[in-house]
Write a protein that binds this ligand. Structure first.
Ligand code: HEC
Ligand code: HEC
Ligand code: HEC
Ligand code: HEC
Ligand code: HEC
Ligand code: HEC
Ligand code: HEC
Ligand code: HEC
Length: 410
């Protein structure tokens, strides 16, 4: 009997492989799941749990839902009222489906909840879809999510919001039986599949050769790709997947992913999750200042949800000595981030994502693009009153820069 079950199981695996040759590449292989790491790395496990990474993608439970499903619970989309409903412990969104009729879609999973929260339903064929209404945390309002039933979660999202995804697509029946090692961004998203490492630890094998420590990847660019595999925007070279299908920590990302960032006219980032695209252009990338030199990955940062190792300026000042002189004497030098990491991108609301080029965007760039509405700059993001003319700010900036050169001060 036991043998029969094993054979049946093996047959199922073979069927899966023949119907989707890519399934194993999607990452299902060799993953153990974060619970398995707890036993030997409890500090890292609990530290990681205090960051936002684990909570990206969760089962929809009352505790995890932040949207208002009882009072402020409707949204008008093209003249049709989409209605959000709570029934006991279950949540539904009533919306027009691909057949043009209204359905009550059961929310199975949810994504996010710190900036915005999106709701995921499962179609009968196993396809996951983002429902058409999302909740914006900052404004406490419902907002439209476009093209909802045309975007298949397994094709466009799973690689960056789950760990060890196994799509299990069956071409013959056009169905998905997708599984994950972890629902959120877990240990193995940054350290690679861990099953062999655990076997090695239990059997006196080589615990180092069997797991990736990003800080030990010798080429800093390849090291940063560990974060860049998700903090990025684009598609696989064939245009099919929205994430680097099959990428594992230590791989060469640029062979597997074609970047298609959303940019302002001066090529600074316009959208969220482009930190890696920005960072590559910075002096920090040239000198090997990596994401984890500034961010914790296994511990919540001091005083902010961006997990920085030190709050605000203290982070910059831990490496840079900058005095109140030259351009830094325009006014208080105490907002390095305000000038060098202007909040240009958008996740939930406009301006909640910081540029990672660390470059001061000059008012000259706005003038060249036809105004601050077309191209924001570091100065006008704070100086946004009507009389804060970018040309005036530019003149002050250029005068000081010139004086700085003349007097050789910085
Ligand atoms: C049975 C114990 C055990 C389990 C389970 C285990 N590890 Fe380890 N791990 C070790 C030992 C021992 C070392 C080497 C000493 C050290 O760095 O603590 C190690 C080292 C590491 C390192 C550092 C490697 C390096 O080159 O610096 C990483 C990263 C790591 N483990 C990740 C994981 C992840 C991820 C999991 C879960 C998938 C996991 N470990 C599960 C025992 C274990
Ligand atoms: C978002 C990416 C990310 C996630 C998720 C993550 N780590 Fe790490 N981990 C890193 C990076 C980067 C380093 C090396 C730099 C550092 O220590 O911050 C590291 C280092 C380590 C080390 C080695 C420390 C040393 O120097 O010996 C261990 C052990 C480890 N992680 C275990 C885990 C475990 C266990 C989990 C899940 C509970 C986990 N990590 C989740 C990115 C991550
Ligand atoms: C598998 C995809 C993935 C990988 C790999 C990954 N991240 Fe993330 N990261 C995310 C997602 C998704 C979020 C959004 C979490 C949220 O908002 O709930 C996030 C959020 C963050 C945040 C801040 C919290 C926030 O939402 O603003 C920081 C900081 C961060 N990541 C740094 C890193 C660093 C550093 C690395 C590499 C060591 C890394 N990440 C690797 C997907 C990933
Ligand atoms: C290439 C990787 C990648 C892909 C593909 C991707 N995301 Fe993300 N997503 C991220 C990262 C990284 C963040 C957090 C960093 C940021 O927003 O700047 C994020 C943030 C989010 C957030 C905000 C979370 C919060 O706490 O507010 C939501 C919601 C989200 N993504 C949904 C989706 C959906 C839906 C898809 C598919 C249509 C998708 N993502 C595809 C990487 C990705
Ligand atoms: C020199 C330091 C530094 C480096 C290097 C760095 N960051 Fe950041 N990062 C910051 C600061 C500062 C913030 C804003 C913190 C705040 O909100 O106060 C931030 C914010 C973020 C956020 C939150 C969303 C946003 O953009 O505001 C994410 C996600 C993030 N960083 C990811 C990354 C990734 C991925 C890398 C590497 C490609 C990286 N960071 C490299 C300093 C750094
Ligand atoms: C871990 C150390 C470290 C931290 C933290 C750090 N920097 Fe740097 N920074 C460097 C190094 C190293 C360089 C390259 C050498 C140089 O150009 O001086 C650099 C270069 C720069 C440059 C010149 C960039 C260029 O393109 O030439 C700017 C501007 C800058 N950093 C701003 C910041 C800001 C703002 C922060 C805080 C958000 C910060 N740095 C945090 C180490 C750091
Ligand atoms: C009022 C805006 C403003 C503030 C605040 C500010 N900077 Fe700057 N910073 C500038 C400008 C403008 C430049 C010159 C950039 C240029 O020439 O394009 C500059 C240049 C730099 C450089 C040299 C870059 C190079 O090209 O050599 C570093 C490093 C730097 N700043 C770090 C910091 C740090 C660290 C802080 C916080 C303690 C800080 N800045 C605060 C506007 C600011
Ligand atoms: C983080 C917000 C912030 C950013 C970014 C910022 N400023 Fe300011 N600026 C202020 C505030 C607040 C004041 C008034 C208080 C003060 O002088 O510190 C001010 C005052 C000024 C003044 C009048 C100073 C005086 O002595 O009368 C000038 C000129 C100025 N800023 C130019 C600039 C330029 C040029 C930039 C871009 C390189 C810039 N600011 C970026 C917030 C900002």
């Amino acid at each position: 009997m036991k043998l029969f079950v094993t054979m049946l199981f093996a047959a199922m695996i073979i069927v899966n492989q023949s119907t989707d040759a890519h399934a194993a590449d999607a990452g299902g292989d060799g993953y153990a799941g974060s619970r398995q790491c707890l036993e030997c790395h409890a500090d890292y496990y609990h530290g990681w749990k205090s960051t936002l990474h684990p909570y990206k993608f969760q089962t929809a439970t009352p505790a995890a839902i932040v949207g208002d499903f009882t009072r402020n619970n409707t949204l008008n989309i093209d003249g049709h009222t989409v209605r959000m409903e709570k029934a006991g412990d279950k949540y539904f969104i009533h919306a027009i489906g691909p057949d043009g009729k209204e359905h009550a879609y059961l929310i199975k999973y949810l994504i996010g909840g710190f900036w915005k929260q999106l709701y995921v339903t499962e179609f009968p064929n196993g396809e996951l879809h983002i429902l058409p209404a999302m909740w914006i945390v900052e404004t406490q309002k419902w907002q439209r999510c476009k093209n909802w039933y045309r975007t298949i979660y397994q094709i466009s999202c799973t690689g960056c919001h789950n760990t060890g995804s196994q799509l299990n697509y069956d071409k013959a029946t056009e169905t998905y039986k997708t599984t994950w090692a972890d629902k959120g961004v877990a240990c193995e998203a940054c350290h690679g599949p861990g099953r062999k490492h655990i076997e090695a630890a239990r059997n006196k094998g080589d615990v180092y050769a069997t797991i990736i420590n990003p800080a030990k990847i010798p080429d800093i660019h390849r090291a940063a790709m560990v974060c860049g595999s998700c903090h990025n925007r684009g598609t696989t070279p064939d245009g099919k997947y929205g994430y680097p299908y099959g990428y594992k920590p230590g791989d060469q990302l640029n062979f597997m992913f074609t970047e298609k960032p959303k940019l302002h006219p001066d090529h600074t980032s316009k959208a969220n999750r482009q930190q890696y695209v920005d960072w590559k252009k910075s002096g920090h990338a040239r000198e090997g200042v990596l994401c984890w030199d500034c961010h914790f990955t296994h511990r919540r940062g001091k005083a902010n949800k961006a997990q920085t190792k030190l709050p605000g300026n203290a982070l910059c000042r831990s490496c840079h000595v900058v005095g109140q002189q030259g351009v830094h004497a325009i006014h208080s030098v105490n907002n390095c981030i305000g000038c060098h990491m202007p909040a240009l991108g958008k996740r939930g609301v406009k301006g909640d994502v910081h540029s990672h080029e660390f470059r001061v965007i000059s008012p000259a760039d706005s003038i060249a693009a036809g105004g601050v509405g077309k191209q924001p700059n570091s100065c006008n993001l704070c100086h946004y009153h009507k009389n804060d003319d970018p040309a005036k700010l530019l003149e002050i900036l250029e005068r000081i820069k010139k004086e700085r050169r003349d007097r050789r001060v910085f």
